[in-house]
Design a protein around this ligand. Structure first.
Ligand code: KG4
Ligand code: ZN
Length: 345
């Protein structure tokens, strides 16, 4: 079964073709980062308009790359939520229109399920059950994953997400948008000069809290004016140490508490080199396995949506919209959508 996947929940338009027999055939991405940079963050209306411009040209690219034509497509998967309402509407309406025109089934995919399953696109994929650390711009969650749609939330952030903390701290250091990768790069030049707190590091639960860390950075920034490049890189270093220490400690606690020995990391912050270093070392010490998506599939992309959609369609074809049924041309988006609401296909 050949599945075309669309991702358009935020500031990246991603399109991909996944074949349930042959694996990922092609994928293409357009990032809107440059467009939003001058505004210091994502402008939802601009995002929606750009998704409109990019979706079909990217579809043509992935078809061409895979040597396929529209008629070869057996099903269409699209990000139905969570995300920016306008951006989701673009991907959803294009996917549904195309599914109707081609008379193929379609399926709305949960964006975070896409992230969660992205490591399964790699060679030697992790086997269920595993612990998933999902760290993106909007989420910091620890989950027990027993299969597709079998997700138990073990821990969540009480305030900011890890990626959000990276972005806000980067802004405080004047690094602009998007801050996470820039902050991570600066951190590699720094060393131990400052001390930041590790909120909830030794709490008994598996929850996170990152907003206090951001406030502590603000205090450091205020107390160390004028901010020289040296000060900035040392704050960046300590901030990255704090976040990655907290994430690593909680992952190891989740493995210990559940008795599982496999960890999967996904979402944009999963691209962080220092986090990977720490997780590699900690899991190795405990004889556990850790899996990551390739770097380009840590952040938003169409491949993870095509894949998650394909897994569900394969397991239970009836879950897809049946376009022959009455009212099948209607569609909805879910800007807010709890992953724990998902069920087995
Ligand atoms: O998963 P993603 O692309 O989008 C969401 O669904 O949120 O994650 C984006 C987040 C941003 O907050 C970005 O700053 C962060 O991931 N990020 C990083 C790195 N690359 C992206 N954070 C730390 N280190 C990185 N290398
Ligand atoms: Zn995402």
């Amino acid at each position: 079964m050949l599945v075309l996947g669309f991702e358009s929940s935020c500031d990246e338009t991603g399109v991909a073709l996944y074949d349930t027999e042959l694996g990922l055939l092609s994928h293409a991405l357009h990032s809107q980062v440059e467009m939003h940079a001058e505004f210091g963050g994502v402008v939802p209306e601009l995002a929606s308009r750009d998704h409109i411009r990019r979706a079909l040209p990217l579809t043509e690219i992935v078809l061409k790359q895979a040597n396929k034509i529209l008629k070869d497509i057996d099903a269409i998967a699209y990000t139905q939520g969570p995300g920016l309402a306008g951006a989701l509407l673009v991907g959803t309406s294009i996917a549904q229109s195309l599914a109707f025109a081609l008379n193929v089934p379609s399926l709305g995919v949960h964006h975070l399920e896409g992230h969660l399953l992205a490591p399964l696109l790699e060679a030697n994929p992790p086997q269920f059950p595993f612990i998933a650390l999902l760290v993106s711009g909007g989420h910091s969650q620890l989950m027990r994953v027993d299969g597709i749609g079998e997700y138990e939330l073990l821990g969540d952030t009480l305030d900011d997400a890890a990626g959000e903390a990276f972005d806000k701290t980067a802004k405080l250091l004047g690094l602009g948008y998007p801050g996470g990768p820039a902050l991570a790069k600066l951190a590699t030049l720094g060393s131990a000069h400052f001390t930041l707190p590790r909120p909830k590091l030794n709490s008994k639960d598996l929850n996170f809290s990152f907003s206090g860390l951001k406030t502590a950075v603000l205090t450091l920034v205020n107390n160390n004016q004028p901010l020289t490049d040296d000060i900035k890189k040392n704050i960046a270093w300590e901030f990255q140490e704090a976040v990655t220490e907290i994430l690593t400690t909680k992952c190891m606690a989740a493995l210990r508490e559940t008795g599982l020995d496999s960890l999967v990391v996904s979402g944009g912050v999963g691209a962080n080199t220092r986090l990977r270093e720490r997780l590699n070392a900690a899991t190795k010490k405990k004889l556990c396995k850790v899996s990551y998506p390739r770097l380009e599939f840590c952040t938003d992309n169409g491949a993870m949506i095509a894949f998650a959609g394909a897994m569900r369609l394969k397991a239970h074809a009836l879950q897809a919209n049946n376009h022959e049924a009455a009212g099948a041309y209607a569609f909805s988006i879910k800007p807010r959508w709890n992953l724990a609401e998902l069920t087995k296909p």
